[in-house]
Write a protein that binds this ligand. Structure first.
Ligand code: UDX
Length: 439
């Protein structure tokens, strides 16, 4: 919304939320989320045509177009628990819109939702006495965290789904006019509502599938002495496959991939397609397997026991340039190490607050230390779990001197210079390639 306000000064954008703390934070210098470049965008538009408020009713009344961006987590209860999307927040918002509207509105589904949600919402919204008309559009967001502003300024495509009726198509055109301020028309795709909803789930499923594919290959590489970086380069140079999203890792995290695949799986089951459901479910299973496999490799290299050993975790966020830890593979890795009774020290430039909350159950078994040098001191091993740039440039000689020997680095992201680390005396265990060990 901040980018829309920045790019379209003649539109007035009001962001409303029931959470007062968040709204106050959006009005302050300390925004509630960290995203490179966001502060500047917000500051440019805030007070000019971008406003933040907790008055949801007034926001609804004033708006011609309402973007609904409430969360749609995986259901934890009842039918479809653990797989289907929990749509209670979406439905509540739809009912709020119905209650407070005093004219016709375009309602834009920005949250990622299961296919046919817009249809259900349209039915709720248009169920009243018929005084006002609501057109529901699907406009899924494809930005990735850490590169959000760039992805919004220069998206590969913008997708807008609408009904084929004249009213539906007029609503689609309203939304196209907003994006046309800065995005070439040929990159704005218009489809049916269902195709648009499904495309978002499928795009995330394809991206996650690439990671699970290369991670499954990393297991073969470790078993057979091939090098996953070489394999991924050779495969990615095929222009039909392409080089992106082929970095082997400890597994994907983030708020979207797992949730959206589970949603897709549920949808397949709902439509009586168990083979298709099974195909996509395997992407999540390989991801869990990869995390377990990594911990097993750590324990087996550390002489089959980590009991009482200090282990430094470098990076807890699910990816670099964010403090977000939702579904971060580091959560499972730390929990499994704690089960093995290791003493884990978590370090991260942005995510320590979230890490503390995620690992609260483990109490004093986990330490938190912002400074990576302090975290590594006295440890038997360093585990690189997030690809933060700073970890490439640390003084590893100094780190090695402060560690227990033999000292190990497990590079869960393959970002370090393994030869150089080995040359100064580390035992290095990467993902998907032979370890460089000498004890
Ligand atoms: C993703 C989609 O990319 C985005 O289009 C969608 O709108 C939201 O979900 P995001 O979750 O922010 O974005 O991060 P992304 O960059 O896709 O990374 C997801 C996870 O995959 C991270 O844990 C990342 O470290 C991991 N990853 C990514 C790999 O392990 N290997 C890769 O090659 C790429």
């Amino acid at each position: 919304m901040a980018v829309i306000a920045k790019q379209c000064p003649e539109y007035k954008v009001i962001v409303v939320d029931i959470n007062d703390d968040r709204i106050q934070a959006w009005k302050s210098d300390d925004l509630p989320i960290y995203e490179p470049g966001l502060q500047e965008v917000v500051e440019e538009a805030r007070g000019r045509n971008l406003f933040f408020s907790t008055d949801v009713a007034a926001g609804i009344q004033e708006a011609d177009i309402i973007f609904v961006s409430v969360n749609t987590p995986t259901k934890t209860f009842g039918k479809g628990a653990g797989r289907a999307a929990d749509l209670q927040y979406w439905e509540r918002t739809a009912r709020d819109i119905l209650k407070h509207s005093n004219g016709n509105k375009i309602v834009v589904e920005k949250s990622t939702v299961p296919v046919r949600t817009a249809e259900a919402m349209g039915r709720i919204l248009n169920s009243g006495a018929g005084a006002h008309r609501f057109e529901v559009l699907s406009n899924p967001e494809f930005l990735a965290e850490g590169t959000g502003i760039r992805d919004l300024m220069e998206p590969d495509r913008v997708l807008i789904g609408g009904q084929s009726t004249p009213e539906g198509q007029a609503a689609v055109e309203e939304l196209v006019r907003i994006y046309e301020h800065w995005i070439p028309r040929e990159r704005i795709l218009t489809t049916s509502v269902w195709s648009s909803e499904l495309s978002k789930l499928v795009a995330n499923a394809f991206l996650a599938q690439r990671i699970s594919s290369i991670n499954s290959v990393s297991a073969i590489c470790e078993a057979s002495q091939a090098d996953v970086t070489e394999v991924s380069r050779a495969v990615g140079m095929d222009s039909r496959i392409g080089p992106k999203f082929l970095n082997a890792s400890i597994g994907f995290g983030g708020s979207c991939f797992k949730k959206d695949i589970l949603d897709l799986v549920y949808l397949c089951e709902h439509y009586g397609l168990p083979e298709v459901a099974e195909y996509w479910a395997q992407v999540v299973r390989i991801n869990d397997y990869q995390k377990r496999r990594f911990v097993r490799r750590v324990v087996s290299n550390l002489f089959d026991t980590v009991v009482g050993k200090r282990i430094a975790v470098f990076g807890f966020a699910f990816k670099s340039n964010t403090g977000d830890t939702r579904e971060s593979p580091a959560i499972d890795v730390c929990k499994q190490l704690a089960e093995e009774r290791a003493r884990v020290v978590v370090s991260d430039p942005r995510a320590l607050g979230n890490a503390r909350a995620d690992l609260a159950d483990l109490g004093s078994q986990i330490e938190y230390e912002r400074d990576p040098y302090e975290a590594a001191a006295g440890s038997h091993a360093i585990l690189v779990l997030t690809e933060w740039e700073i970890y490439r440039t640390l003084d590893y000689k100094r780190i090695l001197a402060s560690m227990e020997k033999p000292a190990y680095v497990f590079d869960g992201r393959n970002i370090l210079d393994h030869e150089a680390l080995h040359a100064i005396g580390f035992n290095v265990v990467p993902i998907g390639k032979a370890p460089l060990t000498s004890l």
